[in-house]
Ligand binder design. Structure first.
Ligand code: NAD
Ligand code: UDX
Length: 463
């Protein structure tokens, strides 16, 4: 059996960093090196002050503290790490293409291809190459072709090992995964990767499949999860006009063990770097095989999600007498969910954009997201100049600076601390009527009503 002594991971992002930290923690005999081209990211991973790690995840600091410097290393020397490794994980980003064929839908595989070419040119011994990034089905074929055609005559075995962690719970998900999925053709290579996970994952949770099932299963898992959110969000709109309450409907259907209670929380819309990208990719793949009905079916999950974000912003404008011009609107939260500093595709970005079009004055407070990141997200939309974004939107470190004198509060992320605020005090300090638009069904509606807020939440207002 192939013995794995050295692992390299290319890409030190939200997946590569936490995943490799846990692999190193649980396999003290394997040296794990995580490499990235981004020097400042690597510096942050090496920072002595663990509160400066580039990824905020509860529990990650303890795992890094245990393994870093022992058998876990972060570096920018990609070639050296490739040369020394027995097994190389590719964990680089695979965003939606912004140009050319498949623009706006297909996954951009340029970073994957660069990695493959670099591995091929550097490798002087046989390697197992593991797809950790989420990839279109049949990418392993292209990878194999590049590796074999541009390599130095050494053998490459390709495995697919998609990652199912969710941000905000990455460490518990990695420590206790529902399953680990490994797709491949070569039994020895598969066994080598199984043995890495067996250090802490029970064998019956390690599934092995063919390459294509593994690649496709990752896209399908995200599509199914996102579909549940869009399904309940569709029902939230129906609840608002009929007098039903979406939380009650969720509870009632979730208790059916065939449906299950998870992922039935209505919200301002799903965000994150994966759901939209992976469904668009699935839609693109289906269309490219001329499966029109299949493509249209899954595309509806995205259409509904866009509708939910727009609907929330429009509800704010309409309720505030059809004008938010010059009004102070406090945003509580900017991250796409709680317990992460990640803002990719966060609903907050799109709701803010809509309100800024109407010249609202937004003041944002998020416990983990920096002002720099928030402005980067807005500037990236390319709709307003950076000066205009900074004129209309401010970012503060103290929530009360956002809430004092506000015409309205919009809750965009479900951070626990928002529930603990002194809402009576907040009410006293706000303008009247004091509007609260709760995009996360986070607050206690009876408390809010008893304090005389004009309180609107997703999926339970008859107006
Ligand atoms: P990320 O953007 O946080 O990290 C990717 C890193 O790869 C970046 O730091 C970038 O500098 C680096 N990189 C790119 N090209 C490189 C190269 N040629 N050499 C060295 N470094 C390079 O992305 P992420 O969120 O970690 O996602 C990575 C992959 O994992 C994606 O395919 C994503 O779909 C998938 N995934 C993400 C999640 C999640 O929750 N974020 C979960 C499961 C799967
Ligand atoms: C997702 C998948 O869950 C994970 O398995 C995969 O590896 C990567 O993509 P992530 O995007 O990190 O993980 O977070 P997730 O918990 O899935 O939430 C995604 C979005 O859906 C968030 O904006 C969240 O707020 C929203 N959501 C989730 C809801 O609105 N309602 C729900 O019931 C659940």
């Amino acid at each position: 059996m192939m013995e794995i002594r050295k692992i390299t991971c290319i890409g030190a992002g939200y997946v590569g960093g936490p995943t490799m930290s846990v692999i190193a923690q649980k396999n003290p005999n394997i040296t794990v090196t995580v490499v990235d081209l981004n020097q400042s990211r690597i510096n942050a991973w090496n920072d002595n002050d663990l509160s400066n790690l580039p990824v905020y995840e509860p529990g990650l600091d303890d795992v890094v503290a245990e393994a870093r410097g022992r058998n876990l290393f972060f570096s920018t020397d990609v070639n050296k790490a490739i040369d020394e490794a027995d097994m190389i994980f590719i964990s680089v980003n695979t965003p939606t293409k912004t140009y050319g064929k498949g623009k706006g839908q297909a996954a951009d595989l340029k970073y994957i291809e660069l990695c493959a070419r670099q591995i091929a040119s550097v490798a002087k011994s046989d390697k197992i190459v593991v797809e950790k990034s989420t990839l279109p089905v049949r990418t392993a074929e292209a990878l194999k072709s590049i590796l074999d055609n541009t390599g130095n005559g050494v053998n490459f075995h390709i495995l697919s090992n998609p990652e199912f962690l969710a941000e905000g719970t990455a460490i518990t998900d990695l420590h206790n995964p529902d399953r680990v999925l490994i797709g491949g053709e070569d039994a020895e290579a598969i066994e080598a990767l199984v043995s890495v996970y067996e250090a802490w994952v029970p064998k019956d949770r390690i599934l092995t499949t063919n390459l294509w099932s593994s690649e496709l299963a990752k896209l399908v898992a995200n599509a199914f999860l996102a579909q549940r959110v869009s399904s309940i969000n569709a029902i939230s709109e129906l609840c608002e006009v009929t007098g039903a309450n979406v939380n009650e409907v969720s509870r009632a259907i979730g208790q059916d063990s065939r449906i299950g209670s998870k992922f039935l929380k209505a919200s301002v819309g799903f965000g994150g770097s994966c759901f939209q990208k992976d469904i668009l990719n699935l839609v693109y793949i289906a269309r490219s095989y001329n499966l029109k009905e299949v493509a249209d079916y899954w595309e509806q999950v995205i259409i509904l999600n866009d509708h939910q974000k727009t609907r929330f912003a429009e509800k704010i404008i309409q309720t505030m007498y059809n004008t938010v011009n010059g009004k102070k609107i406090a945003f509580l939260g900017w991250a796409f969910k709680k317990d992460t500093n990640d803002t990719r595709e966060s609903a907050a970005i799109y709701v803010a954009d809509h309100l800024l079009d109407e010249e609202a004055n937004i003041v944002v407070y998020d416990p983990k997201v920096s002002a720099e990141q928030i402005y980067k997200d807005l500037d990236y939309l390319g709709i307003r100049s950076p000066e205009e974004n900074r004129r209309l939107l401010k970012v503060v470190n103290d929530p009360f600076e956002a809430l004092n004198d506000a015409h309205a509060i919009a809750i965009l992320t479900e951070w626990e601390e928002f529930k603990e605020y002194d809402w009576k005090l907040i009410k006293d300090r706000m303008k009247r009527p004091s509007f609260v638009f709760d995009g996360r069904c986070l607050l206690d509606s009876s408390l809010m009503e008893s304090l005389n807020f004009a309180y609107y939440t997703i999926g339970s207002n008859v107006k």
